[in-house]
Design a protein around this ligand. Structure first.
Ligand code: BG6
Length: 468
């Protein structure tokens, strides 16, 4: 079985990573503007790829490629500078112009409502996602977006990777607000689930036409061996990881195994019955599960005196990632069966097929692959060519894996690569590139050039995935 006729071949981005114009056009500051302007920071999104000013050039390239959908995010502080209240007409106008340009180019706009750039004012006023007050403010923001754009936008992704921005922001201290507190992480995550749920319910009860869901960073797992200790470790990783994130968003439950563990640790947040009723209601209303898939995890037993979180490879030096985990529970270990990227991310197309089939079996919903891609050191040669054959290979294998999952019954609606143009990587700056379109950051011209993968993906789209 092949991809459906109306399959959405796409590519994705996020506002902070491409727009720039961080304080023009009436935009308010976000937590990422604040974070990247702290002393000792070496890069920021002040200008990024200047998409705010060059969006027409970017949309023209998308049209040339024949892209069916473009996934981008709305910067909350661009349209509501302080997070609540009055709209910023210039910000609204920017997204109206972008959406209109996409529609005119026959490209379906797929809009993410939250891709991590929280209005700074909400962080300062009440602690952002750690405070339940954010749920109502987010719902109001989401409703404003539905009112403004749903005449043309029919595909909505409410949250992007709530598991990553709360995990890295509240537990590992790597994203703003830079905290390391497991209880706060779980609380903040719960608030994202509620905010997602309220937005979904508002969308459906408001009678807006279109499809809605959220995107979870999804790393399906394998146990390192058949030994009971590794199988138990995998069960705990699944419960605290993918199941925690996806069950709460799409079933309105938190997995028992993880709840017992978090209660025993004294970090389980207060979860009201009324909250769970809201999550359940929204779970039934979602039209699809969004996943961002980059890699799988190989999970092994981790003794009490084992490894804790040991950082991420942000140097791009292959082989520098050490084992990392939660003491007494589980750890991520190297999968010798797989190849790795320069940033030590496991390359595992079969893992995508396995993950899609697991999700299909467990949740029975259509699926949107909202991100998949390869971060690499791309280089332009003297004649202006960027030969990213390794990216073509990576994407090809993942598309084939997705196709096998479709043949096995998965209802796949869309496949978005990460990313269309090169852009800012939150923890790696501009050297880790993902795009079909090379952006000249080094010389500061920000000129766009098509990489070899550009022409390749064009043919993939034209043939609906038959020519790879
Ligand atoms: C996802 C995010 O986590 O992965 C993107 O949604 C991000 O915003 C992408 O850029 C790739 O991550 P990284 O760290 O390689 O830039």
């Amino acid at each position: 079985m092949a991809f459906r006729d109306d399959f959405l071949w796409g590519s994705a981005s996020a506002a902070y990573q491409i727009e720039g114009a961080y304080k023009t056009g009436g935009k308010g500051p976000s937590i990422w503007d604040d974070w990247t302007h702290r002393p000792d920071r070496t890069y920021n999104g002040d200008v990024a790829c200047d998409h705010y000013n060059r969006y027409l050039e970017d949309v023209a390239l998308m049209k040339e490629m024949g892209l069916k959908t473009y996934r981008f995010s709305i910067a909350w502080p661009r349209i509501m500078p302080s997070g609540t209240g009055a709209l910023n007409p210039e910000g609204v106008d920017f997204y109206n112009r972008l959406i209109d340009a996409l529609v005119a180019a026959d490209i379906v706009p797929m809009v993410t409502l939250y891709h991590w750039d929280l209005p700074l004012e909400l962080e300062n006023r009440y602690g952002g996602w750690a405070n339940k007050a954010i749920v109502a403010d987010f719902e109001a923001y989401a409703l404003a977006c539905f009112e403004l754009f749903s005449d043309r936008v029919k595909h909505w992704i409410v949250m992007n990777e709530p598991n990553i921005f709360t995990g890295l922001g509240y537990q590992l201290g790597l994203h703003p607000p830079g905290l390391m507190d497991t209880a706060l992480y779980l609380k903040a995550f719960h608030h994202t689930a509620l905010a997602h749920a309220k937005a979904v319910i508002a969308f459906k009860s408001g009678g807006y036409e279109g499809l809605i869901g959220s995107s979870i960073a999804y790393s399906p797992s394998y146990a390192a061996s058949e030994q009971q200790a590794d199988l138990d470790a995998k069960a705990m990783y699944d419960a605290c990881g993918p199941d925690w994130f996806i069950d709460s968003y799409y079933k309105g439950i938190y997995p028992e195994l993880a709840v017992s563990h978090y209660k025993a640790m004294g970090v389980m947040p207060e979860v009201l019955e009324a909250d769970m009723a809201i999550l359940k209601e929204a779970g039934k209303l979602c039209d699809f599960i969004g996943i961002n898939y980059y890699q799988t995890s190989l999970i092994a037993h981790n003794p009490l005196d084992g490894v804790g979180f040991s950082g991420m490879n942000t140097s791009g030096k292959k082989g520098t990632q050490s084992e990392s985990g939660v003491k007494g529970l589980y750890k991520h270990v190297k999968n010798e069966r797989l190849k790795y990227t320069d940033w030590d991310w496991a390359i595992d197309p079969e893992g995508l097929q396995m993950g899609l089939e697991l999700l299909h079996e467990k949740y029975g919903l259509p699926i949107v692959i909202s991100e998949n891609g390869l971060g690499a050191y791309d280089e332009m040669d003297a004649s202006g060519v960027v030969n990213d054959g390794y990216r073509i290979e990576f994407l090809k294998e993942h598309i084939l894996a997705a196709e096998r999952a479709v043949a096995n019954g998965v209802d796949l609606l869309a496949y978005c690569t990460w990313s269309f143009t090169d852009l800012l990587s939150w923890l790696n700056g501009y050297k880790k590139r993902y795009g079909f379109v090379y952006v000249d950051i080094e010389n500061g011209t920000l000129n766009r050039s098509k990489k070899q993968s550009f022409e390749w993906y064009k043919k993939v789209i034209e043939s609906n995935g038959k020519v790879l």
